[in-house]
Ligand binder design. Structure first.
Ligand SMILES: CC(C)(COP(=O)(O)OP(=O)(O)OC[C@H]1O[C@@H](n2cnc3c(N)ncnc32)[C@H](O)[C@@H]1OP(=O)(O)O)[C@@H](O)C(=O)NCCC(=O)NCCS
Length: 150
């Protein structure tokens, strides 16, 4: 949660509220969210989300994994499939991501997928009493298809 847009949940009630708010966004057609499940035992280890733009063919991608599952390529696998779905089935034109400048794991994963660093927005988030900058990233459907052809 160090670079997330909200502080760690203090209790289960807060987690339930967060899940209910995501379900409401999905029902209103504003977001899509998937659980990331381990193939061998079906354990849910994280989630991946597309926040859809109102009336525009773009979305923001967000992802989180339990710490004990980091560094094993699970994010890459989930991101790749979600991007395929966004540019394929959903027919989107552009994906965006917003990272904290110090979030090296997230930065690395976006670079590897071909996202371009498009800008820095200063003190965009106030989380736990601290302002944090945002690096904004963009990936066009044509960038993704060109990489796939290589
Ligand atoms: C971001 C996150 C989902 C990456 O998950 P992951 O499954 O570990 O990612 P991958 O295994 O696909 O690795 C991604 C790249 O980051 C690198 N990486 C992983 N942890 C790292 C770290 N702590 N510091 C620097 N690089 C790191 C990996 O080596 C890999 O790069 P490589 O292909 O050059 O080897 C995970 O770290 C996480 O859940 N973080 C907390 C939530 C979060 O910050 N989400 C993103 C908000 S924008």
């Amino acid at each position: 949660m160090r670079y997330w847009s909200s502080t760690p949940h203090e209790d289960e009630g807060r987690t339930r509220e967060a899940i209910e708010s995501i379900i409401a966004e999905v029902e209103r057609g504003e977001a899509l969210q998937w659980a990331i499940e381990r193939r061998d035992d079906g354990r849910v280890i994280g989630s991946i989300t597309l926040m859809l733009a109102d009336g525009q063919p773009r979305a923001e991608i967000g992802y989180i994994l339990g710490r004990e599952h980091w560094g094993r390529g699970f994010a890459a696998e989930a991101q790749g499939r979600t991007i395929e779905y966004a540019f394929g089935e959903l027919g989107l034109h552009r994906l965006e991501a917003d990272t904290h400048p110090d979030n090296h794991a997230s930065t690395r994963s976006l670079e590897r997928l071909g996202f371009r660093r498009e800008g820095l927005l200063r003190e965009r988030w106030l989380v736990g009493g601290e302002y944090g900058d945002s690096v904004l990233w963009g990936l066009l459907a044509e960038d993704w298809r060109a990489r796939r052809r290589r």
